[in-house]
Each structure stands twice: as C-alpha cells, then as structure tokens.
Design a protein around this ligand. Structure first.
Ligand code: ADP
Ligand code: ADP
Length: 219
C-alpha cells in the first residue's frame, strides 16, 4: 500500500541523508524504523508523507505515485503543534471543515472517545498535559481516516510513565482498527514493544536498511 523505491535524498548543502532506501509497507502492519540520531529517520518519514521531495526514487500510495502531502497519509510529529486559539474539538475537526457541522462533531467526538478524551472536547490546549496533547494530535490525524499513519518520534518528548501509557494506548487503538502505522524512533525498547516489523536505518552508505521479521514467541 505504501511503497518507497530507491529513495535518495541530498540536501542543498550536499548532505546525503538517504542512500537508496526502499521500503514496502503492507496494510495492517506496524513498521517501526529505528536508528541513531542523524541517520535519516525524519527525512525518510517526510519523504514518505510527501512533505519532502526525494532527489531520486519515488513513493507510491495504493499504486499511485505521490509528490505532495496526500490525504491518505496522516502524520504525527514529536511536538503536538495544536492551535492554541482553538478548543480540542476545533483542533481535531480542523481538517473536516468541508463536512456539515453535525457530521463533523459526530466524527470528532467519536475519535476523541477512542483516544480516551471524551470529556476534553471543550478544553483549550494549554489546559492539557503533554500526554493528553499528544492524544489530541493522534485524534486529529485519525479523524480524516488516512489509510496509513506516519509517526515521527511521537512519544520522545514525554516522561517515561506517559510514554509507556501512550505506547500501550497506540497498540490498543491499532488492535481495534488494524490501521497501518509507520513509526520512527531512536528508542530500541519502544521499537521492539510496538513493531510488527522492524527496520534498522544505518548511516553508512551501502549498508542502509536492515529489516527484521518480528515473530510471536508466545502469543
Ligand atoms: P534523524 O531523524 O534520524 O535524526 P534526519 O533525517 O533529521 O535524521 O537527518 C539526516 C541527516 O540529514 C543528518 O546528517 C542531518 O544533519 C541532515 N539534515 C536534515 N535536515 C537537513 C536540512 N534541511 N538541510 C541539510 N541537512 C539536513
Ligand atoms: P462547540 O460546539 O464545541 O462550541 P463550534 O463548532 O460550535 O464548537 O464552534 C464554536 C465557535 O468556534 C464558533 O464560533 C465557530 O465558528 C468557531 N470555530 C469552529 N471551528 C473553527 C475553526 N476550525 N477555526 C476557527 N473557528 C472555528
């Protein structure tokens, strides 16, 4: 469903961030891309989302090449980036302004309930904890029903307790929907906890991406 073919990315200053990376994501997977700082994880995710053009290679979603942000691909960043002048409900509903109000509110309230924030719709972003803010940004991404969700270090800014709570929550959401997820992290424990498939991105040319199959030892 999401395919990256021989992606190369050279920034204008000459930095080669990705050397011919290929990745094939099938529906329902949680692909976790793990690697050290600076190895190109964010660049890869931005290329997959269409936010960044590759210097060579291509990305396709359901067989169609993409060259700009695509509605079937949702993205969640390390910082929630909520709009402080809008309530939680309005933040989540922002991408649904084309829908009639009743339908928009129904979709927003349904997704807020799914992320455990049914009673928080009328709050302001400044009234939320870090974990709650990140739940709102997950809700905002889910509400447009993308076929694949890209997550760039989504829990790295949170304390260890909240991080584990949100990892568990993400797995629960996934178990209920089998949404396709591609998540990048520098945290190997997080990668192992979440992945159905693990991809290790290495900075050295020629030995870039190593993929591992994750098998269930004891279901
Ligand atoms: P990661 O997310 O794994 O930390 P990045 O994708 O952010 O890695 O960066 C990969 C490499 O590309 C690094 O060497 C970084 O310094 C470089 N890089 C990232 N963004 C830019 C940019 N806009 N211009 C030039 N170099 C960049
Ligand atoms: P609620 O039903 O939770 O009060 P509403 O949708 O009625 O929320 O919105 C309350 C106010 O905020 C209205 O004046 C509406 O026009 C405004 N508003 C709603 N969504 C947005 C948005 N995305 N951007 C700016 N203003 C908005």
């Amino acid at each position: 469903m999401l395919e990256a073919h021989q992606i190369r990315k050279t920034y204008p200053n000459g930095t080669v961030a990705l050397h011919d990376v290929s990745l094939n994501v099938t529906a329902g997977e949680i692909v976790v891309i793990v690697g050290g700082s600076g190895c190109g994880k964010s660049t890869l995710l931005r290329v997959l989302s269409g936010l960044e053009r590759p210097s060579a290679g291509w990305v396709s979603v359901d067989g169609a090449r993409i060259e700009e942000p695509h509605p079937a691909v949702g993205m969640i960043f390390q910082e929630p980036r909520l709009m402080p002048w809008l309530t939680v409900r309005q933040n989540v509903g922002f991408g649904l302004s084309h829908l009639p109000k009743a339908e928009r509110l129904a979709r927003v309230d349904e997704v807020l309930a799914r992320v455990g924030l049914a009673d928080y719709g009328r709050r302001w972003p400044r009234e939320l904890s870090g974990g709650q803010s990140q739940r709102v940004s997950i809700a905002r991404a889910l509400v447009t029903q993308p076929s694949v969700l890209l997550l760039d270090e989504p829990f790295s800014a949170l304390d260890a307790f909240t991080r584990i709570e949100l990892q568990d929550h993400l797995l629960e959401l996934w178990a209920g929907s089998r949404q396709t997820l591609v998540l990048v992290t520098h945290d190997i424990e997080e990668a192992v906890a979440l992945a159905t498939r693990l991809v290790v991105l290495k900075p050295a040319p020629g030995r870039i991406a190593t993929t591992f199959d994750v098998q269930l030892g004891q279901p």
